[in-house]
Write a protein that binds this ligand. Structure first.
Ligand code: SAH
Ligand code: SF4
Length: 369
């Protein structure tokens, strides 16, 4: 499910150029100009690709590097879909949330997190999410729909275009709304655009995909692209994980960790394991020790995420800073790399697990196709 890319099309059936990677664009150009030889097709496709991703052109007739006759033929078959910015909300801590309205009225969010030289964009991959993790507000929406490739890759393009000169997004993380690998085909097309030096030109070292671990899709992503993987583990026993993450009933934690052991990692690359900490649920030193043992054979970085509380989940609480520190100390003192994620954007509902609130308030939760 979700493994085949589905480009966005308009009511007239024209294809969205932002939904195509370079190979897709080559195919489109070959269909429009079948008489051209392959090297010419490649050259024309590359010019269009750069117009879209490097010059940010949204009207085909303004593509100056493309011959007028071709522009006319292209415009009959294609167009450029854009995200419309519904609202931008600033956090007191410098984070910024962008609410985007999509062509069908659905709303998704991206969060910009500046941190010194590092400027991270947290991107969405779906409207809502099907995974139903009990602690996550995006999960409450259910899956409304997958994002098309262009709707994913437009987030860094359009946020970057809105930033002051000299400020550059340095890192992309797929940690916003949705389960990215559940939308694998569209995700891969979008990531190719993010990685391509003729398009958005991000290094694979600076792109991270976070997943609950749909096992086959995780393997397929790792085989297709060299991006960083972050796996949301959040528990140390099967029963504990199943209580908060229903996906555990489909793919057990042991299957997931076995898949992680088999991921071909280049030297020096490690898998990040995210561990949301809940008071009295998974925050003891016994949990820390079990976590260490579970991950022993995998090149690992652990990222502890103190739970961001939500009024809708009064029973779920964030542990004290001391408890989180003691958990980290247990791991670090035994040679495990382990950091604590600082919460950003909590006042604007932009922190982990809070995305979707804004979309619901903006009326986007009910939209979809
Ligand atoms: N669907 C993907 C990516 C989006 S969620 C995934 O689950 O990995 C990004 C991260 O936020 C995940 O690690 C998730 O466990 C965490 N998260 C969700 N709700 C949270 C909350 N309320 N507080 C802290 N982290 C949360
Ligand atoms: Fe979906 Fe991730 Fe939220 Fe789980 S934590 S419901 S997978 S967005």
């Amino acid at each position: 499910m979700g493994n085949i890319p589905t480009p966005l099309r308009d009511a007239a059936g024209r294809i969205d150029l932002r939904s195509l990677d370079r190979a897709g664009l080559r195919g489109l150009v070959a269909g429009i100009l079948p008489e051209l030889e392959p090297t010419k097709i490649e050259a024309v496709a590359l010019r269009i690709y750069k117009e879209v991703w490097q010059h940010g052109i949204v009207e085909i007739e303004q593509m100056e590097t493309v011959r007028r006759a071709l522009r006319e033929r292209l415009a009959q078959r294609a167009y450029v879909a854009t995200l419309s910015e519904l609202r931008r909300i600033d956090s007191v801590d410098g984070a910024q949330k962008f609410l985007w309205r999509l062509h069908d009225g659905a709303v998704v969010e991206s969060v910009l997190i500046p941190d010194g030289d590092r400027v991270t964009l947290c991107m969405s991959s779906q409207v809502g999410c099907a995974m139903g993790c009990t602690f996550c507000l995006t999960g409450d929406l259910g899956l409304i729909r997958h994002l098309h490739p262009g709707e994913i890759a437009s987030q860094p393009l359009q946020v970057q275009a809105s930033l002051p000169a000299g400020v550059r997004i340095t890192n992309l993380v797929l940690m916003g709304m949705g389960e990215p690998v559940h939308n694998l085909g569209n995700l891969i097309t979008a990531l190719r655009v993010c990685l391509d030096d003729h398009a958005l030109n991000y290094s694979h070292r600076r792109i991270t995909v976070s997943t609950v671990g749909l096992v086959p899709q995780l393997g397929a992503l790792a085989a297709a692209l060299p991006v960083n993987l972050a796996v949301s583990l959040n528990a140390t026993t099967e029963a504990q994980r199943a209580r908060i993450m229903p996906i555990t009933k489909r793919y057990s934690m042991s299957e997931l960790l076995e898949a992680c052991r088999c991921v071909p990692l280049p030297p020096g690359k490690r898998i990040t394991f995210e561990y949301v900490m809940f008071e009295g649920f998974n925050d003891t030193l016994d949990d820390a020790e079990r976590l260490r043992l579970l991950l022993r054979e995998i090149p690992t970085k652990i990222n502890l995420i103190p739970y961001n509380e939500n009024p809708d989940r009064p029973r779920l609480r964030r542990p004290s800073a001391e408890v989180v520190k003691a958990f980290q100390h247990h791991l670090v003192s035994r040679g495990v790399s382990c950091s604590i994620r600082t919460t950003r954007g909590i006042d604007i509902s932009a922190a982990c697990g809070q995305l979707g609130k804004g979309a619901l308030e903006a009326g986007g939760g009910a939209a979809g196709s």
